[in-house]
Design a protein around this ligand. Structure first.
Ligand SMILES: Nc1ncnc2c1ncn2[C@@H]1O[C@H](COP(=O)(O)OP(=O)(O)O)[C@@H](O)[C@H]1O
Ligand SMILES: [Mg+2]
Length: 266
């Protein structure tokens, strides 16, 4: 099976071809059960890679390995040219810095309930980046404006819709100045209206050139924004290519079955 590489799939400028994340031979087991069975993946800077596949396939574990929320058993992961883990050992010297560079947005928003939107965004910066409160607030308000929530800055999470909370979570991730953003099913817990709001923000980030790894079942959105689509099943990459390749002309039966199941709008 011959695939184009992601770099040749589009006109790659010299800077566009710089790898943001490189994964080789990534393996992870839980309690002796293999969940990732040797994943190789390249994510060049400024590109958007979508990871699709059935529940239980290992997508979340893969994402969690990229910022070392899980420690891989084997394989090598490079982030912005630094090897963060190799052959089962963590080689990253500064985990806090890694998590500033690799932002993560989860299915559940995990905002602090006792803090307002702006406070949630400020707190992340003060903790991680050592930024003072005044500068933190200015930046938080700018980011909340960017995700369309300037008017909700002083609202508490329980008074916000799911889509608003998820947009605060995106602002919080952006506040740390990430070079890569990981999204793990960011709209799975949302109603259609909220889903639309969150996808709109993600589309803008994509257009602004943010490097993103996105786990989603929203195949129309994946098709629209992705430079590369990866289908994972049973902890292995079964098929990968451009959105057109994988979503329109899947070669593998498992991919075709998945695409057929999720192709229809929810
Ligand atoms: N911390 C853990 N301990 C034990 N098993 C886990 C853990 N995390 C994930 N798994 C198992 O690993 C498999 C892959 O899970 P996951 O990465 O969440 O897949 P996906 O995100 O594709 O649904 C599942 O069978 C899940 O039960
Ligand atoms: Mg998952």
């Amino acid at each position: 099976m011959v695939h184009e590489t992601l770099d040749t799939a589009r006109d790659a400028t010299a800077s566009g071809a710089r790898p943001a994340v490189t994964i080789r031979g990534l393996r992870k087991s839980f309690d002796g059960r293999q969940v990732l069975g040797g994943i190789d993946l390249d994510v060049p800077s400024g590109r958007i890679v979508s990871i699709i596949g059935q529940s239980g396939g290992g997508k979340t574990t893969l994402m969690r390995c990229v910022n070392l929320l899980e420690q891989p058993d084997d394989g090598v992961i490079d982030v912005n040219g630094e090897t963060i883990c190799a052959k089962g050992a963590v080689t990253c010297r500064n985990l806090a810095k890694l998590r500033q560079r690799v932002g993560m947005v989860f299915q559940r928003f995990n905002l602090f309930p006792h803090l307002t939107a702006v406070e949630n965004v400020v707190l992340a910066q003060m903790h991680a980046a050592g930024i003072g409160e005044r500068e933190g607030v200015e930046r938080a308000v700018r980011l909340l404006t960017r995700v369309g929530l300037a008017h909700r800055a002083t609202a508490y999470p329980e008074r916000m819709s799911g889509g608003e909370q998820q947009r605060v979570a995106i602002a919080r991730a952006l506040a740390l100045g990430p070079t890569v953003l990981l999204f793990d099913e960011p709209t799975s817990a949302l109603d259609p209206e909220s889903t639309g709001e969150v996808l709109r923000v993600m589309r803008e980030l994509a257009n602004d050139g943010m490097t993103m790894i996105l786990v989603t079942h929203e195949l129309p959105f994946a098709r629209e924004v992705s430079d590369w689509v990866v289908f994972i099943d049973g902890g292995r990459i079964i098929e990968q290519g451009t959105a057109t390749d994988v979503l329109d002309k899947p070669r593998e039966a498992r991919t075709a079955a998945y695409v057929a199941r999720y192709a229809a709008p929810a």
